[in-house]
Design a protein around this ligand. Structure first.
Ligand SMILES: N[C@@H](CCC(=O)N[C@@H](CS)C(=O)NCC(=O)O)C(=O)O
Length: 199
């Protein structure tokens, strides 16, 4: 059995859970709820950075972060189902995934600015910096939307970022980028785990 340290709300953890479902190995993974803020949580023994997700293998080896975990699952169980094996296609796919991951990272940092700083401490300069990444990233994704084809990793990463923004409300992406709403509907049809992993 593999153990995935995560929360059910982490977009990075959701990405891993969706990939596990696509690769038909979800029943081989036990999800261990982890707290990133509680010092006594076993998470910090697994990942000293205290970040989720982390995956513990049968022999006790810990893997992190989510990109490494996805790469591991794909290498062991995937046969190119979420990351292509052919070099050029692989790096094209991984770059598209990085673009979506950067959107996710900006969303997370915007949320953390409100969570870890008081309103007096919060930096508008920093928020504007992250919103710049967010909007440039989403605009770029819109110009390359056809390349975000499910169930590949770039599409899973993008869906998790959009789902996270729906939940936390950092941006009204459905109004600013309406074509992404249609894309997410198609993703939901193609990837049943999208619904199973919703909070
Ligand atoms: N690059 C990491 C990002 C993981 C991440 O930032 N996860 C958040 C939860 S959604 C976290 O652990 N935050 C706690 C912290 O940064 O201390 C990955 O892909 O796994």
């Amino acid at each position: 059995m593999l153990t995935l340290y995560s929360s059910l709300t982490s977009p990075y953890g959701r990405k891993v859970r969706i990939v596990a479902d696509i690769l038909e190995i979800a029943d081989r993974i036990r999800v261990q709820h982890a707290s990133t803020v509680e010092p006594a949580d076993p998470l910090r023994q697994v990942n000293p950075l205290g970040k989720i997700p982390a995956l513990v293998l049968e022999d006790g080896t810990a893997l992190y972060d989510s990109r490494v975990i996805v790469d591991y699952l794909e290498t062991r169980f995937g046969s190119g189902r979420v990351i292509p094996r052919e070099t050029e296609a692989r790096f094209r796919q991984l770059t598209l995934a990085s673009l979506a991951e950067g959107i996710n990272d900006a969303l997370l940092l915007i949320t953390y600015e409100g969570r870890f700083r008081t309103p007096e401490q919060a930096s508008q300069v920093w928020l504007d910096h992250q919103y710049g990444k967010l909007r440039r990233g989403l605009s770029e994704v819109c110009t390359r939307l056809a390349a975000y084809d499910p169930p590949m990793i770039a599409s899973v990463t993008l869906a998790c970022a959009l789902g996270y923004a729906d939940w936390r409300g950092q941006i009204d992406w459905r109004r600013e980028y309406p074509q992404l709403a249609g894309w997410l509907e198609d993703f939901e049809t193609a990837v049943p785990a999208w619904r199973h992993t919703a909070v």
